[in-house]
Design a protein around this ligand. Sequence first.
Ligand code: ADP
Ligand code: ADP
Ligand code: ZN
Length: 214
Amino acid sequence: MDFILLGPPGAGKGTQAKLMVDKWNIPQISTGDILRAAVREGTTLGVEAKGFMDRGALVPDRVVIGIIAERLTEEDAVNGFILDGFPRTIPQAEALQQILDGLNRAIDHVISIEVEDEELVTRLTGRRMCKECGESFHVVFNPSSSEGTCDRCSGELYQRDDDKEETIRQRLAVYSEQTQPLIAHYEEQGRLRRIPGTGSIENIFSRVLEAAGN
Ligand code: ADP
Ligand code: ADP
Ligand code: ZN
């Protein structure tokens, strides 16, 4: 099962990906998580990516394509993967196609999670993320049971630097310009399933299962 989760920042891709990991025992591959880890560790990759991320811009295609090319050949991805936050541009989608051709595999399902902009701003300004496992919480909509601590791994929760309103609006604009065209791209290939991203997390997960033919 090879999945792509598409959708604007705050649509719930990460939240749904975690449930999919538990269901199918395949890894979530989030370019955002990989880049944030690199920034934290101060690697060359992190130093290059940080400026783009802080202003809500996309990191250059060649950088993220390199990350994915390497990550998809790791052993835990042999039975499937959930791409969360990649691809985000047409060149990234084309590069992914080439990488997968080379591995003799193909994307099974592209699931596009749809939520309106104002709801996205409310979600992202209240988001708290786990430093250790990347799980997302929300101060109102999905609070952790003990404030500041991750329910999944007991890691510390924090507010991302780019989850402030000005940067959020910039990221939403970048999404409509650069990532939205992927919806038509995958629709033409007949692989796209759109699901409404509002309602309870469990409800949305049942739509994900249905979209995946379960
Ligand atoms: P993405 O990975 O698409 O950026 P996240 O999964 O991090 O999105 O979710 C963004 C924010 O919205 C988080 O604070 C999360 O707890 C919250 N959230 C996720 N799903 C829902 C939902 N169905 N209803 C309300 N809030 C949600
Ligand atoms: P969200 O789902 O909230 O938009 P992500 O964690 O997926 O956030 O991404 C955070 C930031 O990391 C993006 O704003 C961008 O700067 C960078 N990034 C992540 N994935 C990609 C990608 N596929 N291409 C380019 N930049 C990316
Ligand atoms: Zn955690």
